[in-house]
Design a protein around this ligand. Structure first.
Ligand SMILES: *[C@@H]1O[C@H](CO)[C@@H](O)[C@H](O)[C@H]1NC(C)=O
Ligand SMILES: *[C@@H]1O[C@H](CO)[C@@H](O)[C@H](O)[C@H]1NC(C)=O
Ligand SMILES: *[C@@H]1O[C@H](CO)[C@@H](O)[C@H](O)[C@H]1NC(C)=O
Ligand SMILES: *[C@@H]1O[C@H](CO)[C@@H](O)[C@H](O)[C@H]1NC(C)=O
Ligand SMILES: *[C@@H]1O[C@H](CO)[C@@H](O)[C@H](O)[C@H]1NC(C)=O
Ligand SMILES: *[C@@H]1O[C@H](CO)[C@@H](O)[C@H](O)[C@H]1NC(C)=O
Ligand SMILES: *[C@@H]1O[C@H](CO)[C@@H](O)[C@H](O)[C@H]1NC(C)=O
Ligand SMILES: *[C@@H]1O[C@H](CO)[C@@H](O)[C@H](O)[C@H]1NC(C)=O
Ligand SMILES: *[C@@H]1O[C@H](CO)[C@@H](O)[C@H](O)[C@H]1NC(C)=O
Length: 761
């Protein structure tokens, strides 16, 4: 084996001469001059000879979350990519770059996004193209990069590396990736490299269609992919569409046109707060995705200590105190001016050391003092909460809120407080009952409104429909707690209690009924069946005939709600509000599309955003912060990106569709119509013709299609009447004040620039 490898490596070495302007990081026995070993918790041999190319390789055996990390004395901001050879049984590794001067890390690149075929018995030669980061498609941001880390996952990683080289240039092979018929007579081509556009031919039912115009864009945020819009001499029609180019063929069956209509007279306002996310990362992120609401929340916020800006993630991370990643709440509010996670039950002051109390089932790999809060047999460990925490109280909460320089619009009373005996069992070991939860919300809600008279109170931020016996419908105490409360399910009981409380105080305390909603369908396998299920799951938001395809639809309901196997979330919650506390608004402060990186997760997220507007959710924030270029991020971009907004009033769409494969949302604002059309089966075009669509030119934006997450937008290439044929797009009628490119230049150049740009309400 060794000899064979050595022989192979001699051949490889001959093919792989380092170019003059490349920068070697490692080759043959030692780090190159100027590079230092900044690794941690790893056994590393820089001159391994068990498997190598040339004379030796690096062998690495990293513990959980540990890394081979090397730093240059100097910086390497200007290279085109990183090439390396790796051997190992598809190790669980991620690669990232760091800039020491600004403490910046690059996006993390999982090895699996570069190759899924790394083996232990030979080297795979891999390349990270800095203009097209694997799995992201975006460019490596500019920074004074000086460090490269190969970090193992939760079970560590064992592997060998060789020939690590920063390369000066990368030659991209020209390639046609996709050709998607979009709408009317427009095809979107996605390409890489310098392709020959003259080689493109389009045939409909055997007859060639002339390309009357091509417009090419190089999206600055996905610089490796180019989008070209082809305007054809005539519109699509039912039949066979074949698009050919150099080494490329795309074939579609365009179905018979179905007709639908838009009725702008039947409209209701969409609450703009439905387009929120948790912890947006920067002003440009907010602008790119058009985020309208920012939430500071989650388990780590429960244990946030405002006087020392510490936090503790509870069961999410070994009950360990740490400096809060998101800084000071007041500064955060100043920055985002938005939604805050609440006064909390306790505050942290000392580092917990539960590992000294008992033998535990697991420990933080970085800190042996922090255990997983369970005995080796899995039983939860009860510790004395005062060892690690100073009790928090409403006097302190009021004092803190009163002193905030930046006032939040909303205050939530904690986060998933009903499962504290699990997530924060180090501070609240016993299950929280109906009564305790209500009492906390009233006590802390009252002082929050005293401290911040204009604040909107959001509660109880309940975890889910039903998760191991708790949440929307009962407490962790169990069904005996429900029985002790007139056999009333938790949320209706809670609403009724809040209504009664407000009647006695003659003032409204609760403004929003807040829930978390994670689709219960298990799509973790991410195979074709799971992807199709993911696309059906958003029907649980509204559809009275959709029996949930999860345990909700099959288990005996342990609640007293009507039709309990049909979630019908939004109408159900609105009905509970109407019955028990009319006038309360509905918010969903945690939800997601089930897979941020998969195109079906992006479609599910877009479908959810459309449903929130149509069915009248009042506020929603995605958990957590979708990458701006991920399909989930593109769902927000589709509705709100760069100042081009879906209309402010939802309008009626009359169209017979199969909700498993197609969703159409329409909205209007100042007489301008916008449509979002989701074809959840992008390899099969859909074909609709809508009546009552105003005449004029349209702005078009799309993502998805055969090239995955490729996306772009164009102004004025569409004119009514609209006949859609295909994938996934957003069209916005005469939206003259908007439509800017990333970076702010006007896309519709003859039109005035946006008057609205970034809005953080
Ligand atoms: C590199 O750093 C790791 C982690 O500190 C250490 O275990 C290893 O011995 C170092 N190797 C060399 C050659 O300095
Ligand atoms: C098409 O394939 C040929 C032969 O494999 C190759 O030389 C050429 O570069 C390819 N062209 C494109 C545009 O992919
Ligand atoms: C581009 O494609 C056209 C049509 O196939 C062909 O005539 C032309 O020679 C090609 N140009 C180049 C530079 O390959
Ligand atoms: C786990 O271990 C503890 C301590 O030995 C014991 O009290 C408890 O009963 C055990 N639990 C189970 C489920 O075996
Ligand atoms: C409330 O908490 C603060 C901060 O820990 C503490 O100083 C104060 O004594 C507590 N007040 C009451 C009434 O418990
Ligand atoms: C108890 O529940 C019943 C049936 O839902 C209802 O009619 C009654 O008003 C409730 N009683 C109280 C005290 O809430
Ligand atoms: C339950 O679902 C059925 C079928 O959709 C519907 O006819 C009925 O009105 C629903 N009942 C309630 C109370 O929502
Ligand atoms: C939209 O623009 C077209 C011209 O491009 C114009 O004819 C039409 O009246 C405009 N419609 C609205 C609602 O402004
Ligand atoms: C081609 O389309 C672009 C973008 O819509 C437009 O600006 C240009 O005028 C068109 N050119 C022709 C020749 O139609």
């Amino acid at each position: 084996m060794l000899q064979r490898l050595q022989l192979a490596s001699l051949l490889l070495a001959a093919l792989r001469l380092v170019q003059a302007d490349d920068l070697t990081v490692y080759q043959d026995g030692a780090l190159a001059a100027g590079w230092e070993n900044w690794s941690w918790s790893s056994t590393i041999d820089f001159a391994a000879t068990d498997i190598f190319e040339g004379t030796s390789s690096i062998s690495v055996d990293s513990e959980a979350w540990s890394a081979l990390s090397v730093k240059l004395e100097g910086t390497f901001p200007q290279y085109a990519g990183l090439r390396f050879d790796i051997a190992g049984a598809q190790p669980d590794l991620s690669i990232y770059f760091s800039a020491t001067d600004t403490s910046t890390d690059s996006p993390t690149i999982p090895l699996s996004a570069i190759s899924q075929a790394v083996t232990a018995d030979g080297f795979s030669s891999l390349l990270i193209d800095f203009s097209n980061l694997p799995g992201l498609g975006s460019a490596l941001p500019s920074a004074n990069w000086d460090r490269v880390s190969f970090q193992g996952g939760q079970n560590g990683a064992s592997y060998h590396l060789d020939n690590i080289i920063l390369v000066e240039s990368i030659v991209v092979q020209p390639e046609f990736l996709s050709a998607d018929p979009l709408v009317n007579n427009v095809v979107a081509l996605t390409t890489v490299g310098t392709v020959n556009l003259s080689s493109v031919g389009v045939k409909l039912n055997g007859k060639s269609l002339r390309v009357s115009n091509t417009t090419t864009y190089s999206p600055p945020d996905t610089p490796s992919k180019t989008i070209t819009y082809l305007s054809l001499s005539s519109s699509f029609a039912p039949g066979q569409l074949v698009i050919t180019a150099d080494n490329f063929t795309a074939q579609y069956t365009i179905p018979t046109v179905r007709t639908g209509s838009i009725n702008q007279a039947v409209a209701h306002a969409i609450n703009p707060h439905v387009y929120g996310v948790n912890f947006p990362t920067s002003a440009s992120y907010i602008e790119t995705l058009g985020v309208t609401l920012s939430r500071w929340g989650g388990n780590a916020v429960t244990a946030y200590n405002p006087f020392g800006t510490f936090t503790n993630a509870g069961a999410d991370w070994y009950f360990e105190n740490r400096v809060n990643d998101d800084g000071d709440a007041d500064d955060w509010l100043g920055w985002y001016q938005h939604w805050t996670g609440s006064p909390r039950m306790q505050r942290t002051t000392r580092t917990p050391k539960p590992s000294t109390l008992a033998n535990q089932g697991g420990f933080d790999p970085f800190n042996a003092d922090a255990g997983n809060g369970a005995l080796p047999n899995g039983t939860d460990l009860q510790t004395d909460p005062t060892r690690a925490y100073t009790p928090w109280n409403s006097t302190a909460a009021k004092q803190w809120l009163s002193g905030l320089k930046n006032k939040p619009t909303f205050v939530a009373i904690d986060n998933e407080i009903e499962i504290a005996s699990s997530t924060h069992r180090d501070m609240h070991f016993d299950p929280i009952s109906y009564d305790e939860e209500l009492q906390r919300i009233i006590e802390f809600g009252t002082v929050a409104k005293q401290a911040l008279p204009n604040v909107q109170l959001v509660a109880p931020s309940t975890n889910s429909w039903w998760f191991c016996m708790w949440t929307y419908w009962t407490s962790v105490v169990g069904l005996s707690d429900t029985a002790a409360h007139n056999n009333t399910d938790f949320l209706p009981w809670f609403l009724r209690q809040m209504a009664q409380h407000d009647k006695s105080t003659k003032t409204r305390l609760l403004d929003y009924l807040d829930i978390h909603y994670y689709y219960a369908a298990d799509t973790s396998a991410n195979d074709d069946a799971a992807k199709a299920l993911r696309l059906r799951a958003p029907r649980s938001l509204w559809d009275p005939s959709y029996v949930d395809e999860s345990w909700i639809g099959t288990s005996v309901p342990q609640n007293h709600e009507p039709n309990a196997t049909i979630v019908q979330l939004i109408p159900r919650m609105k009905a509970l509000i109407a019955q028990n506390y009319p006038g309360t608004k509905l918010s969903i402060s945690e939800w997601n599309g089930m897979n941020d990186q998969d195109i079906t997760g992006g479609l599910a997220a877009a479908d959810s955003l459309g449903a929130f507007g149509r069915y009248g959710v009042d506020a929603a924030t995605y958990w957590v912060t979708p990458d701006a270029l991920s399909p989930a991020g593109l769902a927000f971009w589709l509705f709100r990106g760069h100042g081009t907004y879906f209309g402010s009033s939802s309008v009626q769409v009359n169209l017979a569709t199969d909700p498993n494969t197609v969703s159409v949302y329409a909205a209007t604002e100042k007489g301008k119509l916008s449509l979002v059309i989701l074809n959840k089966n992008p390899s099969t075009p859909i074909s609709y013709s809508f009546s009552n669509v105003p005449a004029g030119s349209y702005f078009l934006r799309h993502f998805g299609g055969a090239a995955g997450a490729a996306k772009w937008q164009a102004c004025g290439i569409l004119h009514s009447p609209l006949k859609s044929s295909l994938t996934l797009f957003f069209i916005d009628h005469n939206l003259t004040e908007t439509g800017r490119q990333p970076g702010g230049t006007s896309l519709c150049s003859s039109l005035p620039p946006s008057a609205v740009s970034v809005v953080i309400m």
